[in-house]
Ligand binder design. Structure first.
Ligand code: PRT
Ligand code: ZN
Length: 220
């Protein structure tokens, strides 16, 4: 049996299509169909594990896959909120799915700058990154953890500001909010643990990274 490199990818969502595209541009042939968890690459010893993006850092850390493609925002949040150190780090920046994690608040409310955060509540799905920012800045605010629809928090009165991902800014604007601070810039990244790969897998990975490099350079 040949050693196959296993890559964790987002199954469906903002990262998925661009991740598939990148691998196809690298010459990998595969089809993503139905509800399958695993897709086999036909012309290279590579398997794709198709999962929720939030699971990708821990899958890489725990050896369920050798490498993964995930948003830097998700990686950093997992690193900061996991109880034991997470064995997953960035090996390559991929340049797509760019976004920013921003603090934002109502344009007419009492929070207009970071200094106004003291004694207020911040709604977020990124408690780890937000807490790190507050600690670094010496600010004291309460985090309200949400699973989604964070942009609604100020209007329903559960927080004075939010910390959420922004790309075009349309969602903030539609909710009467404006960003006043960027706390993390993010893009899709290739991640890996510090475990040593078998020589066969290391070979496949080197070949793949070389091709990714070529694809990224030709897109510049
Ligand atoms: O189902 P699964 O858990 O896999 O996916 P998900 O719903 O958690 O994530 P998904 O698919 O929404 O996003 C995957 C990754 O895409 C994120 O982790 C980011 O790295 C990246 N990304 C890039 C974004 C955005 N841009 C983005 N704009 N992720 C989310 N958004 C959201 C944002 O939270 C806000 O609600 O889009 C809205 C804002 O968009 P604008 O354009 O109105 O500013
Ligand atoms: Zn997710």
């Amino acid at each position: 049996m040949t050693d196959r490199l296993r890559i964790s990818l987002q199954k469906k969502g903002r990262l998925a299509e661009d991740s598939f595209d990148l691998l196809r541009k690298c010459g990998l042939r595969f089809s993503i169909r139905g509800g399958g968890l695993l897709a086999r690459v036909k012309n290279m010893p590579v398997d794709l594990l198709l999962v929720r993006d939030d699971d990708i850092p821990s899958f890489v850390a725990n050896n369920a896959s050798d490498i993964g493609i995930v948003g830097e925002n998700v990686l950093v949040e997992e690193q900061l909120s996991s109880k034991s150190p997470l064995n997953a780090k960035i090996t390559m920046r991929l340049g797509f799915s760019r976004c920013k994690l921003c603090l934002a608040a109502s344009t007419t409310g009492k929070v207009q700058s970071p200094a106004d955060l003291n004694g207020t509540r911040i709604a977020t799905t990124y408690p780890g990154v937000t807490a790190r920012y507050l600690a670094e800045q010496g600010l004291d605010a309460k985090l309200v953890e949400m699973k989604g629809a964070v942009e609604l928090a100020p209007s329903i009165g559960i927080a004075e500001s939010i910390c959420d991902l922004v790309s075009s800014g349309a969602t903030l604007e539609a909710n009467g909010l404006a960003a006043f601070e960027t706390i993390l810039e993010s893009e899709a990244v290739l991640i890996q643990s510090d475990r040593e790969l078998s020589p066969a897998k290391a070979d496949i990975l080197a070949k793949l990274m070389n091709r990714i490099d070529g694809v990224l350079k030709s897109a510049e």
